[in-house]
Design a binder for this molecule. Sequence first.
Ligand code: PLP
Length: 374
Amino acid sequence: MDELTWVEIKEESLRNNITQFRNIVGDNVLLCPCVKANAYGHGLAICGRIFIEAGADWLSVNSLYEARTLRDAGIKAPIYILGYVPLSALKEAVELECRLVVYNRETIDKLAEIGKEVKVHIKLETGNNRQGVLVEDLLEFAKHIEGIENIKLEGLSTHFANIEDTTDHSYAEKQLARFNDSVKSLESIGIEIPIKHCANSAATILFKETHFQMVRTGISNYGLWPSNETYVSYLKEMGDGFELMPAFSWKAKIAQIKNIPAGEMIGYGCTYKTTHDTKLAIIPIGYYDGYDRGINGAHVLIHGKRAPLRGRVCMNIIMVDVSDIPEAKLEDEVVLVGRSGDEEISVEVFAGWCGTINYEIPTRVNERIPRKLV
Ligand SMILES: Cc1ncc(COP(=O)(O)O)c(C=O)c1O
């Protein structure tokens, strides 16, 4: 292998996680895994293909660019674009047969002008206050769409603001109530929406009443729990039976080994001074690759042993202390995230070192770094 660094994705884990979700939602709910942001850093085309093979029905992406990447990879499954598509790009989105989220008149008018059949899903604002039509504007907006022949109103969606950050789900319940009330209001004027959807991973795992006709699971397709709170709620309410398998690990190889005496400075800003004669390994990855410069208390794994970071993270290099790993040598494998022997750096542990959530860790690994299925 001639790469300096690469990501390994366990195919078995991806397939398992889709199966787990299928078991939860049953056969009558569409499974629409979220593969936006390069499949949360796991590789867009790879994950798109495997999820469909493993039994998913649709795929959801954030942008037209991602939809085009999936189509170019030969994926024919329905694609739902969750994010904004500029007016000038709508024609291509329609030609790629994407389903579109809609929440403004300009998009609808442009789709009407394009004139080709397109399926749209209204995004309803129930309390997240990001993109979405206000509840009070919904009926007018839906009626406007219904009056245009080439636009089919296929879906109504919303997104929870506070379902994974807490074990108190009252805010999510309020959002769900608003969503249900809006569905009733639409029905009262004769508008039936075939596909209603609001569930992300946490909602899908915890609340059957959020499944409706489709779920948009994200983080847990990759084997990660949305949060500790979701895991605790799951254990409290449901017990066991839902087994996620993490798919992601991130590796590199040693680019140099050298011995430096005690009292030497390491790296920019001379932030670290060796306290003993040190065997140092140079690892050719840095913040360009997505290894956070602000990381704190980190180590990597080499031959199943911990090698602590020394000095600052550089743009393309980190330095680690391998004084206690005498067998470490040039081009040995370095595990940045993942398992080595009996040691493991989970995505969650790494996220803790970076002061962030697990979502951000695989997602931030530079798209240029190869994703390899194992
Ligand atoms: C609109 C929408 N639906 C679904 C998801 C999937 O959420 P999760 O990764 O928490 O399952 C996201 C993720 O941010 C989203 O923005």
